[in-house]
Design a protein around this ligand. Structure first.
Ligand code: NAD
Length: 478
């Protein structure tokens, strides 16, 4: 590939990308969640295709590892250039398949984050660690390639999460076989098509299909590690299916993130941060704010400030530039959100805004919904809603709020909101979550490790710690 191929668009539109990935009649029908119209038929691969991909990836791995860090990093940077050059077509396809708007922290943002993550991952340094040096002998810790990495992903941020998995895996000298969600295969196939402008095809594969492909990958004897992002239930299934081959696992699973608003806040100043912490990607984000605990002294003001902001955020078809919120990605997720809000209403909670979907409208649109005066035991609080419906729970003492925040089996992210940074850090230290943000929620950074506590998973992604999880630690002592 020439440098020009990587900096000028190869695919001008989503239609050109669809043609390139051979989306044609006969595969899995993919519906636009905003209109329920057909986007395209996604290729439906088989377990034989999986076998071919794993075998090829295995054969290609030693030569890929031999190319060394500098060369692999240069290819990741070239891949980022290719993504930037084809960003418009990728964002259009992502918006049509996933539903997220082009505008706001959505489709264009996601494609841009993919390029940023590739560059940041290319720039990380992982030097051998000298552990002990005495009597003329040295013990060093190195990280060698693992071999073949299987990457299984969800439908909410299909391109970005794929890059989170493949970039550190490739950087560390592994080859990769991806299994995208059956809801969003087109986005991942198109992403990888563009990455192949820079990265050799034999080191990065996509096998699109259903659960049987995921099961085949996670039990395959030639696969050394699984990077999985998805629900806690599927994560447990992968632990079981990978047990016989003792695979390494990184599991980024479900969350039900709590936010605790202390009584000293300025409600107007924090409302926008709270809103986007909860409603980014229309609530379909693993580390979104999903339960908001607000001190009784500021409860009414925080609720009012959130309602004011929620009312100004347009929701609709993703390709319309006016919109910053979109539909749920699929009917099943819509039904989960609608059912949880109905249960909250039935138990006497107060709907401040939303909660009244227009069922005559096509698409899986559920309106931005805020629910106040809700009990901590209500299903909308205790279960992950993964959609645009935020429960706001009143509390009286910080101890009570922390106990409620820690009361679930999951612990991905959390946040504390306060104008006193020392107090906020004291509260943060008592919360059982992999990341606790202060006066923000869900902001991630390719240099900062990210991972879950409790049943939100194990292993870390991002930064040097993330690279280490894609390597086999080896001690050289002598
Ligand atoms: P899911 O678990 O239903 O599916 C994820 C992937 O696993 C899909 O590709 C699916 O085909 C595959 N799969 C299903 N059964 C399998 C099996 N038995 N073996 C192997 N693979 C199998 O998750 P989802 O509905 O796509 O995503 C939503 C969930 O993901 C939410 O709970 C959300 O919180 C979580 N999530 C977590 C993170 C994180 O970083 N922690 C990020 C995004 C989403």
């Amino acid at each position: 590939m020439t440098a020009e191929t990587l900096t000028s668009p190869t695919y001008a539109t989503a239609a050109e990308l669809l043609a390139a990935i051979e989306a044609s009649d006969g595969g899995r029908p993919i519906l636009d969640p905003a209109t329920e119209e057909l986007v395209a038929h996604a290729p439906e691969h088989t377990v034989d295709d999986l076998e071919a991909a794993v075998t090829t990836a295995r054969a290609a791995q030693p030569a890929w590892a031999a190319r060394g860090h500098a060369e692999r990093s240069a290819l990741l940077v070239a891949a980022a250039d290719a993504l930037d050059a084809n960003a418009a077509a990728l964002a259009e396809l992502l918006s049509r398949e996933q539903g997220k708007p082009l505008n706001g922290p959505n489709a264009r943002f996601e494609v841009g984050a993919c390029a940023a993550w590739l560059r940041a991952t290319a720039g990380l340094e992982l030097e051998p660690e000298i552990l002990v040096e005495e009597n003329g002998s040295t013990a060093e810790l190195h990280y060698r390639p693992l071999g073949v990495v299987g990457a299984i992903g969800p439908w909410n941020w299909p391109m970005m999460i794929s890059v989170w998995q493949l970039a550190p895996a490739l950087r560390m000298g592994n080859t990769v076989v991806m299994k995208p969600s059956e809801y969003t295969p087109l986005s991942v196939l198109a992403l990888v098509k563009v990455l192949h402008l820079a990265i050799p095809e034999e080191v990065l594969h996509v096998v699109a299909g259903g659960r049987e492909i995921g099961e085949g990958l996670s039990s395959h004897p030639l696969v050394d590690k699984i990077m999985f992002t998805g629900s806690t239930a599927t994560g447990k299934a992968i632990i079981r299916s990978s047990a016989d081959t003792v695979k390494r696992l990184t599991l980024e699973l479900g969350g039900n993130d709590a936010g605790i608003v202390l009584p000293d806040v300025d409600p107007a100043a924090i409302a926008e941060g709270l809103f986007w912490g909860a409603f980014i990607n229309t609530g379909q984000t693993c580390a979104a704010l999903k339960r908001l605990y607000v001190h009784e002294d500021v409860y009414s003001e925080v609720c009012e400030a959130l309602v004011a902001i929620a009312g100004t955020m347009p929701m609709g078809i993703g390709l319309d530039e006016a919109n910053v919120l979109g539909p749920l990605q699929n009917r099943a997720q819509y039904d989960i959100v609608a059912d949880l809000v109905e249960q909250a209403k039935a138990s006497g909670s107060r709907v401040l805004i939303g909660g009244d979907p227009d069922t005559a409208r096509p698409g899986y649109f559920y309106p931005t919904t805020l629910v106040a005066d809700i009990a901590n035991t209500d299903a909308l609080v205790a279960q992950e809603q993964f959609g645009p419906a935020l429960p706001i729970i009143r509390y009286s003492t910080v101890d009570e709020a922390i106990a409620m925040a820690n009361g679930l089996e999951v612990g991905l992210g959390a946040s504390v909101w306060s104008s006193d940074p020392v107090r906020a850090r004291e509260v943060a230290a008592r919360i059982e979550a992999g990341t606790v943000w202060i006066n923000k929620h869900g902001t991630i950074d390719p240099r900062v490790p990210f991972g879950g506590a409790k049943q939100s998973g194990y292993g870390l992604e991002f930064g040097v710690e993330g690279l280490k999880h894609l390597g086999a630690p080896q001690v050289i002592d002598g």
